[in-house]
Design a protein around this ligand. Structure first.
Ligand code: ADP
Ligand code: F6P
Length: 458
């Protein structure tokens, strides 16, 4: 096994309290086995960028991180990554900001990462770059003479050509991807859009998995990310999970719980979700005092104004709906702005008869998979899932909904609440089998194997 070098904007090392996301756990296992290295931004700012790399080793996992200066963070992370590419890639050209300083900051930071990174690469290393923050990384490494196999995985959607062409210099960004050997997407839909762009905007040709543009060839594949299923199920058996289950049992009494768990992001369709719930309460007075929506939404990317707006709107909306329907002994929405540990999340998911996962657009959505993994097989809840989440391509036994249509979502919640046990079990079994089979280890092994196997001439 060759050494694996993983590169991502954020680096997540093993933490002493064990509170790690599934992706971090899977990548850490791979890095440990291969003696690899995880490279990225430290998350820290220094007055002036100095290029110095800090190395760390925890539990056999090595990381190398660099600090950025405030202008870098503003133009690269808050700017091009989260004000330009994130909205554009989630089909929101109405709020995407195209500002030259963001573009130059993005190029500058990618170069600043490539500089120390290329020095660390040894001839047999396999390199795996992650996400929209680092699209040009392979071509920058190639400029430094790196000939290793390099793969790129995009965790977000890839937008349709008609939207992508609204980005100034879009050709330059996409051409830079031809420095990769393999480019991976979460679903066939995003892959189709990428191929369409390459054929129609760059004059490329497609043959099987391969796309060639001006003599440069890459392999473009679908490889959907999964969760750490086993670990997630085990988390549900811990003391912490049992404690929260008990608290939920006491606080819910006879109430049936519906749960939503999302980063506070406009792509998650949170306002639309609350409005759908409001529709349901208006149309079904018999549900008053018998259901509760627990919406957990920890704030995210608070430096970006769109995220502050969505937070304000949600505060207002949750307050308005509660004000309209609440009774002295019942509040329809419990809106919580904090993060929970994985063990606690399993308890929340399991306590809920309905998992409401209704993003307007999402690369995958791991919460949908976590909700299924956490269910009691003898009395499982029902997943109501947006058809615009990447997860919908693998989870057709969920109740698939259009999150823009509040009445449709309200009907699906109603249907989920009434669904007989036999149907719940049948749907759950198929969904659980898929989430267990195509877990995060399956994903990582499949993608790394594709990078290693793909033949390219450099
Ligand atoms: P995204 O990557 O856009 O945030 P995903 O649904 O794919 O969306 O992944 C979100 C991850 O963050 C999941 O693993 C989920 O458990 C975690 N998460 C979301 N909300 C919370 C929360 N309140 N506390 C802890 N973890 C959370
Ligand atoms: O899923 C997209 C993603 O950017 C991940 O790469 C990241 O871990 C998550 O969203 C949270 O975003 P941020 O790193 O900006 O807090």
């Amino acid at each position: 096994m060759s050494r694996l070098i993983v590169v991502s904007n954020r680096v997540s090392m093993p933490s002493p309290d064990g509170s790690q996301g599934g992706l971090a756990v899977a990548l850490q296992a791979a890095l440990r086995e291969s003696g690899g290295l995880w490279f990225g931004w430290s998350g820290r700012e220094v007055e002036q960028f100095n290029g110095s790399v800090s190395f760390e080793e925890v539990d056999g996992v090595r990381s190398a991180v660099v600090d950025l200066e405030p202008q870098d963070v503003e133009e690269y992370y808050n700017g091009f990554a989260n004000r330009t590419l994130w909205p554009l890639f989630h089909y929101r050209i109405d709020i995407a900001k195209y500002n030259r300083s963001f573009g130059s900051g993005y190029e500058r930071v990618n170069k600043r990462f490539a500089e120390p990174l290329h020095v660390m690469i040894e001839p047999d290393d396999t390199i795996w770059i992650n996400d929209y923050h680092l699209i040009p990384m392979a071509s920058l490494l190639r400029e430094h003479g790196i000939k290793n196999k390099i793969g790129f995985f995009l965790h977000t959607p890839w937008p349709p050509t008609r939207l992508l062409v609204s980005l100034p210099h879009h050709e330059r960004l996409v051409r830079s991807m031809f420095g990769y050997d393999v480019v991976g997407f979460q679903t066939g839909e995003w892959l189709e859009s990428f191929r369409h762009y390459c054929e129609n905007e760059l004059g490329g040709t497609v043959e099987g998995d391969y796309i060639t543009v001006d003599g440069q060839r890459l392999r473009a594949v679908v490889c959907p990310i999964g969760i750490d299923f086993k670990n997630f199920v085990e988390s549900g058996e811990t003391e912490l999970a049992h404690q929260l289950s008990e608290r939920m049992r006491v606080s819910l009494r006879q109430l049936t719980m519906i749960v939503g768990v999302d980063r506070l992001d406009y792509s998650k369709g949170l306002q639309e979700r609350l409005v759908s719930f409001e529709h349901m309460l208006s149309a079904h007075p018999e549900l008053h005092r018998s259901v509760v929506l627990v919406q957990v939404a920890p704030p995210s990317r608070g430096e970006v104004e769109q995220y502050r707006h969505v937070r304000e709107e949600l505060n207002e909306l949750a307050g308005r709906i509660n004000g309209m329907f609440a009774e002295v002994d019942w509040t329809p929405i419990r809106y919580v702005n904090r993060g929970y540990r994985r063990e606690e999340l399993t308890a929340l998911y399991r306590a809920a008869r309905v998992g409401l996962v209704t993003p307007l657009r999402d690369g995958m959505n791991l919460v949908a998979k976590e909700y299924i993994a956490a269910q009691d097989p003898e009395d499982p809840g029902v997943l109501v899932l947006s058809r615009f989440a990447g997860a919908a391509a693998q989870m057709s036994d969920a109740l698939l909904v259009n999150p823009y249509a509040p009445e449709e979502v309200a009907d699906a919640i109603q249907r989920a609440l009434k669904m007989p046990l036999s149907e719940r079990k049948a749907r759950f079994k198929t969904l659980r089998d898929g989430v267990e089979r195509e877990d995060v280890h399956w994903w990582r092994e499949k993608f790394v194997k594709m990078i290693e196997e793909t033949e390219t001439v450099r």
